[in-house]
Design a protein around this ligand. Structure first.
Ligand SMILES: C[S@@+](CC[C@H](N)C(=O)[O-])C[C@H]1O[C@@H](n2cnc3c(N)ncnc32)[C@H](O)[C@@H]1O
Length: 249
């Protein structure tokens, strides 16, 4: 694998994402942040990275008549489930190769909804480098007043801040089919391929290193999990955060 290559989920694992993750209470937080950054009564262009089946893009199209949205995904399977629309474009390509895929194109809003933790390399360290590089590259495709919206499930460690993410990374990287099967049944549908969850502190460090700063932030959800799982993962409740980022320079 090259330094920015990421692992790809099988179609049956991707089928879990062939759904609509945004529920009304998440939209409330997203909209509140959106109107602080973008004049939605004027033409604006959105790039939804890892936009999969286009459910989020379709909802944006319905809500904002002045918007044009491009869905970028590295799964042909999920892209093929997109409903065509005159204000929707599709790009087949990887989030880790934005310069190659986008060329000179730039956007008013770039969204990463539950995508960054799927940018998984050979090691945890390499995966975090990929996340940082991807955010830094996205920054170069923002228009002057452009903004990035990130949604991530974040695990703050109970004792060591980065431990839950590192442990889940190891667990979901086990290739043995029997063990991967168990990991999958416990609820990690990325078993055998890996997933790179961060803590609230770690994602903020990577955002800073990518030349971005947090302009506003919101909380979509907070899950306590069953106490046994929480203890096993040594995690505080998971926080589903929506972070809005601007270029720092
Ligand atoms: C959890 S799903 C989220 C889908 C969608 N953003 C949503 O909110 O419903 C993760 C998505 O990221 C895509 N993805 C994973 N790695 C990617 C990469 N390197 N480049 C582009 N898309 C990627 C997957 O194909 C999938 O569509």
């Amino acid at each position: 694998m090259g330094e920015n290559d990421t692992k790809i989920l099988a179609d049956d694992q991707l089928e879990h994402f062939n759904t609509e993750l945004m529920i009304p209470k998440y939209w409330d937080v997203f909209n509140e942040n959106l109107v602080q950054h973008i004049r939605t009564d004027k033409y604006f262009e959105v790039l939804d990275i890892g936009g999969g089946n286009g459910a989020f893009a379709d909802a944006l199209i319905r809500r904002f008549p002045m918007l044009v949205v491009t869905v970028l995904d590295n799964s042909e399977y999920l892209l093929s489930h997109n409903k065509p629309h005159p204000r929707k474009k599709l790009i087949y390509g990887s989030a880790t190769e934005l310069d190659k895929v986008l060329g000179e194109r730039s956007y008013d809003l770039i969204t990463f909804n539950w995508v960054l933790h799927h940018l998984v390399g050979e090691t945890r360290r390499q995966s975090l480098d990929i996340v940082r590089n991807t955010l830094a590259d996205a920054r170069l495709h923002l228009r002057p007043e452009g903004v990035i919206s990130v949604v991530e499930n974040l695990y703050p460690g109970l004792i060591f801040d980065r431990y839950p993410g590192a442990f889940i990374f190891k667990l979901t990287n086990i290739k043995n089919p029997a063990i991967a099967g168990v990991v999958r049944r416990v609820g990690f549908n990325t078993a055998g391929v890996g997933v790179d969850f961060m803590s609230p502190k770690l994602i903020r460090e990577l955002i800073d290193e990518a030349g971005l700063y947090i302009s506003t932030e919101g909380l979509y959800d907070r899950w306590g999990y069953n106490p046994l799982i929480r203890l096993g993962l040594l995690t505080k409740p998971m926080r589903m955060e929506n972070l809005w980022l601007r270029a720092a320079y």
